[in-house]
Design a protein around this ligand. Structure first.
Ligand code: DON
Length: 313
């Protein structure tokens, strides 16, 4: 694996191969996201030793969207402990779309922390007495993983809020079942903010490398997340991170991952590297079309599927 990623033009060749793939659609339900350049395409890898490989539009920034969900899950675990989080949000994949309004029968908990309902519930736990302090908490959270405070996209945030009635409805449904407590409008506001921070693929790869490296950022050497909670985060990413494509993803790619509707995908090869891919044309499930193809190709070439016999030794 090491010698392959050292070879010249390794990522450029993969990028070149999938440039011809132009299927998929820009997301329309948040109008601001439909303004992305459909041809944008970038791939980054950061290894646990801190080596960086990048190709394509690595200077293109996009909102992190649902890729914030594993980070907020980690924050909730660190702040409130495992027991409280498990009581609040389940661990089961939905087989439904990421914005499914269905809650678990009986408990009325959201199915898992990677779908919108689960992330909304966990957003109600972001520490901070007022919106400014909670915004600051989010900035600090991202800074730990990417080594700097990311910029914030005010337009996307406003667009998310304005067209967020589906999430709002889920918030009130969960309030009704006492799954979450507090002011739903404020919780929704925090959730929209967490989706609206700007990253590039190298930031995503660095988040992945941090999760692959026992929670320690390989560039800053700072601990971003208590290693006690790494397995909680990675296992949920593995089973639920790609929504109703999670089963096929596990079969064909075989690593924990998380996608976002702006077209990013974050992958974690535990003990080895983080991978970030960006291409904003999405399939019907809200996952980047090229992103999935790139990960399938990388899995084939680098043989990083965690169930491959060579990786189990
Ligand atoms: O809740 C929403 O609609 C978005 N802001 C985040 C959704 C998202 O990224 C789902 N991922 N594919």
């Amino acid at each position: 694996m090491e010698s392959l990623i050292k070879s010249e033009n390794f990522l450029e060749n993969i990028l070149e191969k999938f440039l011809v793939e132009t299927s998929g659609k820009l997301p329309a339900y948040i109008p601001e996201l439909s303004k992305a350049r459909p041809e944008s395409f970038a791939i980054s890898i950061v290894t646990v030793e801190g080596k960086i490989l990048q190709a394509g539009d690595i200077k293109t920034f996009f909102t992190i969207q649902s890729i914030a969900k594993p980070l907020v899950h980690g924050l909730a675990l660190e702040t409130h402990g495992r027991e409280k989080i498990l009581n609040m949000v389940g661990l089961e994949p939905t087989g439904d779309s990421y914005n499914s309004i269905r809650l678990q029968p009986g408990s009325h908990r959201p199915y898992n922390p990677m779908v919108n309902a689960g992330a909304l519930a966990l957003s109600s736990l972001i520490p901070g007495e007022n919106p400014e302090l909670r915004f600051h908490t989010l900035q600090n959270l991202f800074e730990r993983y990417i080594g700097h405070v990311p910029n914030f996209d005010e337009q996307v945030y406003q667009s998310e809020k304005k067209f967020g009635n589906h999430n709002r409805a889920m918030g009130y449904l969960m309030l009704n079942f006492k799954v979450l407590q507090g002011d739903v409008e404020e919780i929704l506001d925090d959730y929209c903010k967490e989706c609206s921070f700007l990253v590039n693929t190298t930031d995503l790869a660095l988040i992945g490398a941090t999760l692959a490296n026992g929670g320690k950022n390989p560039l800053t050497q700072k601990q971003a997340i208590d290693p006690e909670y790494l397995a909680d985060i990675l296992s949920v990413m593995f089973t639920c991170g790609m929504y109703d494509f999670a089963g096929e993803w596990a079969y064909k790619v075989g690593i924990p991952a998380k996608s976002g509707v702006s077209g990013g995908i974050l992958g974690v090869v535990p003990g080895k590297m983080g991978i970030g891919v960006y291409s904003p044309l999405l399939d019907s499930r809200g996952n980047s079309v090229r992103g999935i193809k790139v990960f399938q190709e990388l899995a084939e070439i680098l043989q990083f599927n965690i169930f491959k016999s060579s990786n189990l030794l």
